[in-house]
Design a binder for this molecule. Structure first.
Ligand code: ATP
Length: 786
């Protein structure tokens, strides 16, 4: 079916200006990670003014052409919705993403509750094709598990997409509100099954969703589950431009498949299967794997590490079939991943209950969605207000560096990998592999470990903050059909705290508020650093490290001082680095295949352990690096692989130094250490290694010196640093200080390298000394014998 995409003004005027506006937006592709401002009451009123210019994007199908209104494209018998904005009354904000804000709204002619997604065309990180594609795809949908658009039209600089209102919001919101550790398995299987049905439908019709994640799985009060957000979907059967778009990075870092990160080869619908697997882990744990890391680190880990899975102690509560399902999806070689159709036949889904049974109970007694969203926004605002800790700054710098690379179209994967390697890992929240440690199990094996226990128990990872009162819905709430909904007392203000779980299980089941605070304080001390997840707007350590009353005071201040200030903060919250936004990276050809080899079992791994036991060379937190992976990342520069133990030196040699200094084909001395080669053979190699490591150290020192002294201009030409300010007229001071900052970053990067090399040198020295002693001993023994 061919759809025509028209732009017209309300009175036939203004079409030209809209087209120009949209075209100018195409030129703004490089603007990434922009969040929309919270529309003020003023701006919403303005939008609805009868004098406000309205332009309509009208979708017409040959068989169903109603100028000014779009009626269900394929389903037939659908309700009709007009494209007149005056027919819609926007109510509360119920969600926001990278490119849009979503409102609950009333369609006045029929009094229906709908959702209106407002995409700001001025700020959207997309071109007209993308926008059109999303709206077209959504309007053609005819599947119970996929959100369809009733109609779309342009109002001022916004594209409005009218769609069914999903009263319980997204799974992500739900987890952030009440299930910080994820859902129980029965709910997960229902959610995944419905999502998979949606994917099967989309794939069958030639679409790749490209943004499958908990934030895009929407729930309504009756337990119906729908997959939403086609902001980045692509058509598999297209050629030309759209086909090329599949060679670009689009998606959200934590959910992106490895092949999406190496766009030279392109990717297909199997990328959705990977994202589906990540979503399964997200639903199981409350967050996506790698979500605590900045995007560039996530990119590196996705490429370099063994795929994540349900392999840890905390995952004991999950069934074998669930673990298998996840493992099937998270296979690096996309050709080995099953189709959605095949996955639907997996035993895991045989037991899946109807969502009305397993999912509906999840939100039984939660406050209305908009209260929850408001509470989450307030927490984001508080987080921003308190965001003065260095780690937050580091995140911001990391994010801005990343964006700079992306928006300047000078993205360099090697540079990215190097920078990623400098991001400090958070060892304090390491997970423990099942077969590594016979530790006390801290997992609540009770499958009913859900909201009730979470919200009532003081051992839970939530802190209920009664003081945070979600702001009242707009005054026109009384006009709505839901105005008779009882005002549910505030339960939505919940702070998720990741802390030392073993410690927590020792805590008593009921405590007073002050006890709770004391326990939290204790846990903060025990934990050191609280978890910071960068998957969407979350409560970070900044908030968590403040007492409940501190936080409420902050919030009160923002609430009371001025609504505008709060509004501004919300605006800033959206603009603040959030690591869940889609990525759009330029096309890069890559000859490297970084996909890990898959066992000939067709990609069906019994568990990660099999692979890890054979080839595991490093365990780092929840991640492991296998020798298979190392072969594939040998082009990753020095120190991208963290080093902790003498054994890891072997790994480092083969992955970095061996590549840099030695002929990689030549056997390295370190690999020979464990052989029975005579000392006379070993010694030259060791001496060689020793010398070359020293050389490396000298080289780095020289580089450091030269950088620190005079070679600034030359450095600016190598593309790594911004150019020197051309004139002093315009904010030269800012440019200089930015530059200084970057130079300092560069210097610290070099210093880190130096430190690592020094460590390495020391390790080699001690090995050298040991071997020297052995050689001496052998020589002495031989001398004695003769
Ligand atoms: N129909 C709906 N009913 C209720 N809530 C919705 C609906 N559609 C979206 N939302 C909420 O709004 C949020 C943002 O919507 P959406 O994901 O479409 O925006 P986006 O800007 O495309 O997001 P992303 O950051 O994923 O690209 C969702 O996560 C969800 O919580």
């Amino acid at each position: 079916m061919f759809l025509q995409f028209d732009v017209k003004g309300r009175n036939g005027r203004g079409a030209r200006s809209v087209l120009i506006k949209i075209k100018s937006n195409i030129a703004n592709l490089a603007v990434a990670f922009v969040r929309l401002p919270t529309p003020t009451e003023e701006s919403i009123k303005r939008r609805f003014s009868p004098h406000s210019p309205c332009h309509q994007l009208v979708f017409r199908s040959p068989s169903n052409c109603f100028p000014g209104a779009f009626i269900g494209g394929m389903g037939g018998g659908q309700k009709s919705y007009t494209t007149n904005p005056d027919d819609y009354k926007l109510l509360e904000e119920v969600g926001y993403g990278a490119s849009a804000t979503v409102y609950r709204a009333i369609y006045i002619p029929s009094n229906d509750v709908v959702a209106v997604k407002c995409l700001d065309l001025d700020r959207i990180n997309s071109n007209l094709d993308d926008i059109r594609r999303e709206a077209q795809t959504m309007s053609l949908i005819d599947h119970p598990n996929v959100i369809r658009a009733f109609c779309s039209f342009v109002v001022n600089q916004n594209l409005w997409v009218v769609m069914p209102f999903m009263a319980e919001g997204s799974c992500l919101h739900l987890m952030k509100t009440a299930y910080p550790d994820g859902f129980e398995e029965s709910a997960i299987s229902s959610i995944l099954k419905e999502t998979l049905k949606a994917l099967e439908y989309l794939h069958r019709h030639g679409h790749i969703h490209r943004d499958v994640k908990a934030g895009n799985i929407l729930l309504d009060t009756s337990g119906v589950i729908k997959l939403g957000d086609f902001g980045v979907s692509a058509c598999m059967f297209d050629r030309g431009d759209r086909q090329r778009s599949r060679n670009t990075f689009v998606g959200t870092p934590c959910w992106m498949a490895p092949e999406v990160l190496q766009p030279g080869s392109g990717y297909d619908f199997k990328a959705d299967i990977w994202s589906f697997g990540i979503t399964a882990l997200e639903l199981a744990h409350g967050h996506a794997p790698f979500s605590k890391y900045p995007p560039m680190k996530v990119l590196l880990m996705t490429i370099q590490n063994a795929p994540p899975g349900l392999d840890y102690d905390r995952d004991k509560r999950f069934s074998k079939s669930f673990k298998e399902l996840v493992a099937m999806c998270l296979v690096k070689d996309q050709t080995k991943r099953p189709t959605a159709e095949k996955l639907l036949k997996h035993p895991f889904f045989k037991q899946a209950k109807a969502p009305e049974l397993s999912v509906k109970k999840l939100f039984g007694d939660l406050p209305p969605l908009w209260h929850r969203v408001k509470a989450l926004q307030l927490k984001d605002a508080a987080q921003l207000a308190l965001k003065k800790m260095p780690s937050a700054e580091q995140e911001a710098i990391s994010q801005s560096e990343y964006q700079r690379g992306v928006s300047a179209w000078n993205f360099d994967l090697e540079d990215l990998k190097f920078k990623a390697s400098l991001v400090q890992d958070d060892d304090e929240i390491q997970d423990i592999r099942v077969d590594d440690v016979n530790s006390t199990s801290f997992v609540n094996n009770d499958a009913s470990n859900s909201k009730a226990s979470v919200s009532k128990s003081s051992t839970s990872e939530m802190v209920c903050s009664d003081e945070v009162v979600p702001s009242e819905p707009p005054s026109n709430k009384g006009d709505t059909p839901e105005s008779n909904q009882p005002e549910i007392e505030n339960k939505g203000s919940i702070i998720v705290q990741e802390k030392n779980r073993i410690k927590k299980t020792e805590q008593p089941q009921s405590q007073s508020t002050s006890d709770k605070e004391a326990v939290q304080a204790k846990n903060r001390i025990v934990t050191g650093r609280n978890r910071q997840t960068q998957s969407g707007p979350l409560v970070t350590a900044a908030v968590l490290s403040h007492s409940k009353s501190d936080m409420s005071r902050t919030l009160e201040r923002y609430e009371n001082e001025s609504p505008q200030a709060l509004d501004k903060m919300h605006h800033q919250v959206r603009r603040a680095p959030s690591f869940s936004g889609p990525l759009n990276l330029p096309n890069r050809a890559s000859g490297n295949s970084l996909s890990a080899p898959i066992k000939p079992s067709g990609g069906y791994r019994d568990s990660l352990d099999d692979k890890s036991k054979a080839n595991l060379v490093q365990i780092k937190g929840r991640f492991s690096v296998t020798s298979e992976d190392l072969d594939l990342v040998k082009d990753i520069p020095l120190c991208t692989v963290p080093r902790r133990s003498p054994q890891e030196t072997l790994l480092r040699k083969s992955a970095s130094v061996g590549e840099w200094i030695f002929d990689s084909k030549q056997p390295t001395p370190t690999t020979s250490v464990h052989t029975n080669l005579p000392a006379s053979v070993l010694m030259p190699h060791l001496q060689n290694l020793f010398q070359q490591t020293s050389l490396q150290q000298d080289l780095i020192l020289n580089l450091l010196n030269s950088l620190q002294t005079a070679d600034v201009a030359e450095a600016s030409q190598n593309g790594k640093l911004p150019p020197l300010p051309r004139s002093s007229e315009n904010n030269g001071a800012v440019e200089v200080s930015d530059r200084e900052r970057l130079l300092l970053t560069k210097v610290s990067e070099l210093q880190s390298r130096l430190t690592i090399l020094t460590e390495e040198l020391t390790a080699e020295k001690s090995k050298y000394i040991q071997l020297q002693q052995r050689v001496d001993a052998i020589a002495k023994g031989e001398a004695d014998a003769s």
